[in-house]
Design a protein around this ligand. Structure first.
Ligand code: GLN
Length: 506
């Protein structure tokens, strides 16, 4: 077992069996993460002392006879989740210097399960964006081409796992922020059903859509992480009180008897030829694994983006009202309190966040509420009904996870072209469905010299995470796409550790 390249499953098994120590894992991972992060900037803050303290605690618990599902597993946390005593900025200047006074439930559950916190990861400001470029704290680079974006908004959480700077990480997904960066970075990214994982301690963007979920290098590790974080939390009234079916022991090896829906409206001819070829192969592979492919229709999916860009800004305009210089982070000098609010918010928020607050405030204003917000809520219901109808004919729906492979920095200067990246992820978010992206190969971008990773999105009915992860596992093990390409940031020593004597990736 190698602490940098090993899977969460392998690390936990070794630490529980006491053939490896959590302290040893921390001491190997920390310098590696520091070295790689000089190239990627996946982390806003590394937390080596906290990591060591948790490693010590894990060793004591294992020595006392406990078996921990994530014993000694290095985990990275998106910086919109609270981890007591560490800076939590949500990628915004307005929270510069804010130290979390408590720990988010999902993070707490990982730590209780034996995971070791490597640090807090970079993100688009308040999770608004698809490239990481909206962070107030600099760019995160894609480990497969450092001139390209890692995707967003969970930019650092995807890049950290792809660059072997952590074994697993947590991200949040409101309209695609786990699935799109996972696709760009050749890792698995999984958004559970809305309400399945507690949002307590997650800085709210759009509360009716926000959901925490894992990134991992294998479906099995994503399932292990999900099993730890899922479940009712009395501290989050929207978390669902319903038994969690563990996913890690339900992973399948084939797709016999599974009906997979291909969406008429998501025809692949919208994509560039290299990406299209990738998905055509993926669909054929699903069939080869025993699945029956059926055509399904989501006639209202095309209204997804318009609907989302009313609902999400409306909710964010309300959620972000609390950042006014009084209780958290930045406070501008001013002669009176109103002026203080204005100057603090003018200086603290970036342009994309301001745009959304303006749109959201407008959509909620009296006289416009019915025309915009109410109408968007009705469209949202229609989209959810379309999915329900489609799931009468299939067990899972597949599509591209993103509209293109990872693009170059500054390539999308107008907001709408950026919004279009989430064309495939947003409808499932509006319907609250569990959905993931699993690596499905690499395609040469039209402006590129190096093939970039691609992600296959799989979506299933509400609360069917176990089935979803099972299907994704069958596809992953049969194709092994994630292991066929290597991040550029992998140093010679680590890549040697990854390769088997035959030259294949282990
Ligand atoms: N890119 C989308 C947005 O900017 C989704 C972000 C997310 O899922 N947090 O709103």
């Amino acid at each position: 077992m190698n602490p940098v390249t090993g899977s969460a499953r392998e690390i936990a098994r070794a630490v529980n069996a006491r053939t490896a120590s959590a302290a040893e894992i921390a001491e190997v991972l920390i310098p590696h993460a520091e070295r790689v992060d000089a190239q990627l900037n996946a982390y806003l803050e590394l937390t080596p002392e906290l990591m060591r303290a948790h490693a010590k605690r894990v060793e004591e618990r294992v020595a006392a006879g406990e078996s921990l599902p994530l014993a000694g597993v290095p985990v990275a946390i998106k910086d919109n989740m609270c981890l007591e005593g560490t800076h939590t900025t949500a990628g915004s200047k307005i929270l510069n210097g804010f130290v979390a006074p408590y720990t988010a439930t999902a993070v707490q559950r990982l730590l209780a399960a034996g995971a070791l916190p490597v640090g807090k990861t970079n993100l688009d400001e308040f999770a608004m964006g698809s490239s990481g470029e909206n962070s107030a704290y600099g760019l995160t680079r894609n480990p497969y081409d450092t001139d390209r974006v890692p995707g967003g908004s969970s930019a650092g959480s995807a890049a950290a796992v792809a660059g072997f700077e952590a074994t697993i990480s947590l991200g949040s997904d409101t309209g695609g922020s786990i699935r799109e960066p996972a696709a760009f970075c050749n890792v698995v990214g999984f958004k559970p059903t809305y309400g399945r994982v507690s949002r307590y301690g997650l800085i709210a963007f759009a509360s009716s859509l926000d959901q925490i979920g894992p990134f991992a290098r294998t479906v099995e590790d994503a399932a292990l992480t999900y099993d730890v974080i899922a479940g009712k939390d009395p501290l989050d009234a929207t978390s669902v009180d319903r038994a969690v079916e563990p996913a890690a022991d339900g992973l399948r090896e084939d797709l016999r008897g599974v009906r997979i829906g291909i969406v008429t409206e998501f025809a692949l001819d919208k994509l560039d030829p290299a990406s299209r070829a990738c998905y055509e192969t993926a669909y054929a592979d699903l069939e080869r694994l025993g699945a029956e492919l059926v055509e399904v229709s989501l006639p209202t999916a095309e209204y997804g983006l318009a609907t989302y860009y009313l609902i999400a800004p409306a909710e964010c305009s309300s959620n972000l009202a609390r950042f006014d210089g009084v209780r958290y982070g930045l406070r501008a000098d001013a002669p009176d309190v109103n002026e203080m609010y204005e100057r603090t918010r003018a200086a603290g928020f970036g342009p994309e966040v301001k745009r959304r607050i303006l749109i959201g405030t407008y959509a909620l204003s009296s006289g416009y509420y019915d025309a915009y917000y109410l109408k968007a809520q009705k469209a949202r219901t229609r989209i959810a009904e379309d999915f329900a109808r489609a799931f009468e004919r299939c067990d899972a729906i597949v599509s591209p996870a993103a509209s293109s492979p990872a693009f170059r920095f500054n390539a999308k200067s107008d907001p709408v072209t950026m919004y279009l990246m989430d064309y495939y992820t947003i409808p499932g978010s509006l319907a609250g469905l569990p959905s993931l992206s699993v690596p499905c190969g690499a395609a040469l971008p039209e402006d590129g010299t190096r093939p970039m990773p691609m992600g296959l999105q799989m979506t299933t009915p509400l609360f069917t995470e176990r089935a979803l992860l099972g299907y994704a596992h069958a596809y992953e093990r049969a194709t092994l796409h994630a292991e066929k390409i290597m991040p550029l940031t992998m140093d010679a020593e680590s890549s040697m550790m990854l390769r088997t004597p035959t030259g294949n990736l282990a």
